[in-house]
Design a protein around this ligand. Structure first.
Ligand code: WTA
Length: 636
């Protein structure tokens, strides 16, 4: 018997030890007992972190949508699979049952086929949080097309880069989207992006806002028209275990975004298993993850993980502040949400508002709370625990990455005792290591180091689409035979892990990963800018805010600084998206550099953190004199 559902701490330890001693046997049992396969695998695992190559369940055949949908039809066809809560609180929620979702997925899958989509084709999905987003994801998976969801807050340039990188020929988008009081013009963003993507021959448009949009003849089609003519009978495409399931882009510290490629069987097994345990989901529960499906959390813990377990998963279109700061709690009360999963940045934003917004609602249905995306600070943890959980719902502080596919470190609620700011213990199958400056593993407890993973887990990304060298270089070259996460962590006296943050040039702002290089590239495009460097500094709601140090070209020196700041932020908004806008822009005479010409971000970071008294020895810099003027400028 597999240990699919862990119910107490002793059991966790027993399962964990088994998963480390016999990983293949451990995952094989789970795969066998809890999923539908069309053909059994020949080999559970093949791996080598040098190449690197990782293959799970080779020879196995399946379709993930059969596991998410078809197999539930007989037992829970009428149960709500997706519970859609629209932006407008006065519009009714939509309860989409497993059988209806199955039908809608089949119909859309047939639409894709009718437009020539074949197994292996990449499809870009640029949709707001409406049911069609989940349907489109599953429709791709049903016919073996590889979905590449791009968060619908990204700009046209960012969208174009992602479409080009994985050579999508089709885009699925909507006319517009609702976010609080705002209506966003998504189709025109797509049209602008497609000026750079002549290969895209088909655009399928879901109508949400019914605003006027331009339709390009023979390229753009209304989804509703096509669905109307489409059959609800769509047999699954039988997939190999290691066939690609999706690509999802994440920022790197350098260069263009990385298209993380996830494959079918291992991803399914791991996300389903971790969903069950981290959220302690039981039949009848209503689970709500507030993330957007444009991020990994939404892929794994709104769509695939919950549906594989036959769960009811809430999809929310709106924002936590509309019509007021009580919206989340109103939804929890209305749908009797049992598991609530959100980001620390949302918690901090809500904690700033009057606590009556929380207290006016009945939250007694809640059993488990979760957080993800960035370290949760102690104050926010306590606010969440006391006001939302009423000290009665354990908080799962879940650590994972786009690259890991599923949650890696988290308490098992009701089993693992929690401590604020600690993600606590690795989940079964996850073998962590902390590394020191000598690149050696640090053994023992009460230590701090760089976080690595030393054994493959089923849902790890298999490559960066089109760039396996970069995959090896980024994740497997820093330490011998280890996957390097890019995060620092400490292990306390009892072996609990606390994630301390990124150790590379990725800055997490409101839970979104921002790579410094692409933002600096955008800033440098401004004709007045000579050079720029951005760093993060602490912010009480966003976690980190962005600080740009910019030197101007001679021709730009007479320009009005406030106007320049506006133009630069506008440029960032158009190249990347509003999430990457600067909170602070300081114009400087120069940037501190090493003798080899590298910008010393460490020094800029200290200044931004208001720690310029701790700069250490700067005499080896190429230009130590600029530091003094930057410190002075920062104080203005
Ligand atoms: C950070 C998000 C501390 C971390 C699922 C990681 C966290 C990056 C936590 C991945 C957490 C995520 N505590 N830090 N519970 N969860 N992170 O790819 O730095 O958007 O490397 O995946 O977020 O961000 P990504």
């Amino acid at each position: 018997m597999s240990n699919y559902h862990i119910k107490h701490l002793e059991e966790y330890w027993q399962v964990y030890r088994k998963s480390v001693r016999h990983p293949e046997h451990f995952w094989e049992e789970i795969a066998e007992e809890h999923f539908v396969w069309r053909k059994r695998w020949d080999k559970v695992l093949e791996w080598d972190f040098d190449t690197p190559i990782v293959k799970w369940f080779q020879g196995g055949q399946l379709n993930i949508t059969e596991n998410c949908l078809d197999r539930h039809l007989a037992t829970r066809g009428n149960q709500t699979a997706l519970l859609f809560e629209p932006n407008d609180p006065n519009s009714p929620a939509e309860h989409i049952s497993y059988s209806e979702l199955h039908q809608r997925v089949c119909k859309m899958a047939n639409v894709l086929k009718s437009k020539g989509v074949q197994k292996g084709d990449r499809i870009c999905i640029y949709l707001p949080m409406i049911p069609e987003l989940a349907v489109a994801v599953l429709a791709c998976a049903r016919i073996g097309a590889v979905h590449s969801v791009v968060f619908a807050g990204f700009s046209s340039t960012a969208l174009a880069t992602r479409i080009q990188d994985c050579d999508c020929r089709m885009v699925i988008c909507s006319d517009g989207s609702y976010r609080g009081e705002k209506i966003l013009d998504l189709k025109s963003i797509v049209d602008q992006a497609l000026e750079e993507c002549p290969e895209v021959s088909t655009v399928l448009v879901v109508q949400r806002t019914l605003q006027d949009i331009a339709m390009v003849q023979d390229r753009d089609f209304y989804m509703a028209d096509l669905l109307e003519k489409s059959s609800a009978d769509c047999p699954i495409e039988i997939m190999e275990a290691e066939d690609p399931l999706f690509i999802l882009y994440t920022s790197g510290s350098t260069g263009k975004p990385k298209g993380m490629l996830h494959t079918t069987a291992g991803y399914m097994v791991y996300t389903a298993y971790t969903f069950k345990n981290v959220f302690q989901y039981r039949d009848g529960d209503v689970y709500w993850c507030t993330a957007d499906i444009g991020w990994i959390t939404g892929h794994s813990y709104i769509v695939y993980g919950p549906l594989c377990n036959g769960a009811t998963s809430v999809m929310f279109e709106g924002v936590p502040s509309y019509p007021d700061f009580g919206r989340f709690w109103e939804i929890v009360q209305k749908h009797k949400v049992s598991q609530f999963y959100t980001a620390p940045t949302a918690i901090r934003a809500l904690a700033k508002e009057n606590v009556d917004y929380v207290n006016s609602y009945d939250l007694s249905s809640l059993k488990v709370l979760g957080t993800v995306g960035e370290p949760i600070n102690e104050e926010a943890w306590h606010w969440y625990n006391e006001n939302v959980g009423k000290k009665n719902s354990p908080i799962a502080d879940t650590w994972f990455q786009t690259e890991t596919g599923g949650i890696m470190i988290s308490p098992i609620p009701y089993s693992t005792p929690t401590i604020p700011t600690f993600a606590t213990l690795p989940l079964p199958g996850v073998q962590l290591a902390l590394m020191d400056h000598e690149r050696e593993e640090i053994k023992g407890n009460q230590v701090h180091g760089k976080l690595c993973i030393k054994f493959p887990w089923p849902s790890m990304a298999r490559t960066i689409y089109g760039d396996h060298d970069r995959y090896r270089e980024t994740y497997f070259s820093a330490y011998d035979q280890m996957y390097f996460t890019g995060d620092g962590a400490m292990r306390d006296a009892v072996g609990y892990y606390r994630i301390t943050g990124r150790v590379d040039d990725v800055i997490i702002v409101s839970g979104h990963n921002i790579g410094t290089a692409p933002v600096e590239d955008a800033i440098n495009e401004h004709p007045a800018v000579a050079e720029s460097a951005i760093v993060g500094y602490p912010h009480d709601v966003k976690g980190n805010a962005l600080y740009a140090y910019i030197t101007l070209k001679e021709s730009g020196e007479d320009r009005n600084h406030d106007n320049l700041r506006k133009e630069i932020n506008e440029l960032i908004r158009s190249r990347i998206g509003p999430i990457a806008k600067m909170d602070k822009i300081q114009f400087t005479q120069g940037l501190p550099k090493t003798r080899s010409g590298k910008i010393m971000r460490r020094i800029l970071r200290k200044i931004a953190h208001d720690e310029s008294n701790q700069l250490g020895d700067i005499s080896t810099l190429l230009n130590p004199e600029v530091v003094e003027s930057i410190i002075k400028g920062a104080m203005i």
